[in-house]
Design a protein around this ligand. Structure first.
Ligand SMILES: [Zn+2]
Length: 244
């Protein structure tokens, strides 16, 4: 991060299939936050068979976590219609914690991450928790386009989108399209590090090529600032600096 000018990072948990794995990763991330509180934020791993929502939220607050994610309930044998997620969401709103969901594109090249995350389930969940701040990864699998629907736009007023894994899925023009639909305040840079975003070009993971690709789309400077700094500063309490 120092070498490449990254001032802050949000560490994301993983949707492990065992509760024990979630706890191991959470302890590790707690150590990272404590090691450099100005540089790191983190979203905790969650498993419905792990700690109960009350305990999870208390632990997250005590350890300076910002919320929970990346969440993929279907891989853990549940759905967003299960009580566990409702309880966790209610406690999270009270504690001002965020949710972050993995969202799969409903159509496209087959790959191991193509686990269905139906838009209907997300809409149902958002409608039950309109005050919960939610970040949908991977452009929400394209769900952002439906924010042109005034009903969804209003309902999704606390929903944000990140561009993680975008180079593996979409033409870079999606940045222009998403900004037109959503405005700059709902879009966050997501690296998906250490996923290799350009497997044919790079043998190691990195983010510089992705940054260059985004800059190549010629967005407004103020949009770049929002995506790379201001929105994360607002949601995660980082220091906000203008994009250089
Ligand atoms: Zn994901």
């Amino acid at each position: 991060m120092d070498r490449e000018g990254i001032e802050g990072a949000v560490l994301l948990g993983w949707y492990w299939e065992n509760p024990e794995s979630c706890q191991i990763q959470n302890s590790e991330m707690a150590r990272w936050i404590a090691s450099s509180p100005s540089q790191f934020r983190a979203m905790a791993s969650v498993h419905p068979r792990g700690p109960r929502p009350d305990d999870l939220v208390r632990w997250a607050v005590e350890n300076d976590f910002s919320g929970f994610g990346e969440l993929l309930p279907s891989l853990q044998g549940t759905t967003l219609r299960d009580r566990f997620w409702d309880d966790l969401a209610n406690r999270s709103v009270e504690a001002d914690l965020l949710f972050n969901f993995h969202v799969t594109e409903p159509v496209g090249r087959p790959h191991p991450g193509r686990i269905a995350t139906p838009f209907e389930d997300l809409e149902y969940f958002v409608s039950r928790h309109p005050d919960l701040k939610i970040i949908l990864s991977h452009w929400g699998g394209g769900l952002f386009l439906h924010e042109l629907n005034p009903y969804i736009r209003k309902l999704f007023r606390n929903v944000y989108y990140d561009c993680s894994a975008s180079p593996l899925l979409y033409d870079p023009q999606i940045f222009k399209n998403a900004l037109q639909v959503l405005g700059p305040e709902k879009v966050l840079f997501g690296s998906d590090y250490p996923l290799r975003l350009y497997p044919r070009k790079d043998t190691n993971p990195g983010w510089i090529r992705f940054l260059q690709e985004i800059e190549g789309v010629s967005l407004e400077r103020s949009d770049l600032s929002a995506i790379f700094s201001a929105n994360a500063a607002k949601l995660f309490g980082f220091l906000n600096r203008p994009h250089p």
